[in-house]
Design a binder for this molecule. Structure first.
Ligand code: AP5
Ligand code: MG
Length: 215
C-alpha cells in the first residue's frame, strides 16, 4: 500500500506514522526526518536545506522530489510505503504521480489529519523529540515516563530547532498557502480521507486503521 499522511505542522503525522509503521510494517518516508538527518550530518544538501527549514520555509521542490524518488527505489519500498510530509506542493504531487507512473505503481489513499490552528501551536511548542531514536513526545499531551528521557531507548529529549513560536507561525502560513491546495487535488482524484485530528492520539489511530483496512 502506498499511503500519504497529509496535514498541517503538528497535526500528528509523525506520531501516527510511528504507530502505523509498527502495525503494518510499511517502509516509512518522512522528508522532514531525511532533511534533519542531512542537516545533522552536515552534507551539502543538509546545509542548503537548513537555510529554508530554520525560516519555516519549504525546501525547493527539486531537492525533495529527488530525495523521494531515490528512496522509493530502495528494496524496503517494494510493497509500498507511508509518506509523511511529502508531497507538500502541487508541483511535488504532480512529480510523485509521474514517478509512480514510471514505476508502474499508484497511490492507494491520502489520509488528511485536520486540526485547529490554536491546538497546532500548543502541540508544536510543547513537542520534544528523542535525540537518538527520534521518538516524539509532548510535555503535556504525551509526556515520557521520566522527564526528558525517551521511553523507548533512554535517549535525551530535545526541542526541534523549528518549534519556536516565530517559526511555527511561519510554517502554518506556508502550509495554508502551499500545501492546503493538495486537499482539493486529492479530493478530485477520490483519494482523500479526512480524519478529525482534534481527538486523542489513540482515537485517531483507530480511525486511520478503519480507513486503511477498508482499502
Ligand atoms: P516536517 O518534519 O515534515 O514537519 P511538519 O510537516 O511541519 O510537521 P511536524 O513534524 O512538525 O508535525 P507532525 O504532524 O509530524 O506532528 P507530530 O506527530 O510530531 O518538516 C520540517 C521542515 O522540513 C519543513 O518546514 C520544510 O522546511 C522541510 N520539508 C519537509 N518536507 C518537505 C517537503 N516535502 N517539501 C519541502 N520542504 C520540506 O505531533 C506534534 C506534537 O503534538 C507532538 O508533541 C505530539 O506528541 C503531539 N500530538 C500528536 N498527536 C496529538 C494528539 N492527538 N493530541 C495531543 N497531542 C498530540
Ligand atoms: Mg513530523
Amino acid at each position: 500500500m502506498l499511503i500519504i499522511l497529509l496535514g498541517p505542522p503538528g497535526a500528528g503525522k509523525g506520531t501516527q506514522a510511528e504507530f502505523l509503521v509498527q502495525k503494518y510494517g510499511s517502509a516509512y518516508i518522512s522528508t522532514g526526518e531525511i532533511l534533519r538527518s542531512a542537516v545533522k550530518k552536515g552534507t551539502a544538501m543538509g546545509k542548503q536545506a537548513k537555510q529554508y527549514m530554520d525560516q519555516g520555509q519549504l525546501v525547493p521542490d527539486e531537492v525533495v522530489v529527488g530525495i523521494v524518488q531515490e528512496r522509493l527505489l530502495e528494496p524496503d519500498c517494494g510493497q509500498g510505503a507511508l509518506l509523511d510530509g511529502f508531497p507538500r506542493t502541487v508541483v511535488q504531487a504532480r512529480s510523485l504521480d509521474r514517478v509512480l507512473g514510471e514505476m508502474n505503481s499508484r497511490l492507494d489513499a491520502v489520509v488528511h489529519i485536520a486540526v485547529e490552528e490554536e491546538e497546532l501551536i500548543a502541540r508544536l511548542t510543547g513537542r520534544r523529540v528523542c535525540r537518538d531514536c527520534g521518538a516524539t513526545y509532548h510535555v503535556k499531551f504525551n509526556p515520557p515516563k521520566v522527564r526528558n528521557i525517551c521511553d523507548q531507548c533512554g535517549g535525551e529529549l530535545s526541542q526541534r530547532d523549528d518549534d519556536s513560536l516565530a517559526t511555527v507561525t511561519e510554517r502554518l502560513l506556508v502550509y495554508k498557502k502551499q500545501t492546503e491546495p493538495l486537499i482539493e487535488y486529492y479530493q478530485k482524484r477520490n483519494l482523500l480521507y479526512t480524519i478529525d485530528g482534534n481527538q486523542e492520539i489513540g482515537a485517531i489511530s483507530t480511525q486511520i486503521i478503519t480507513v486503511l483496512d477498508q482499502l
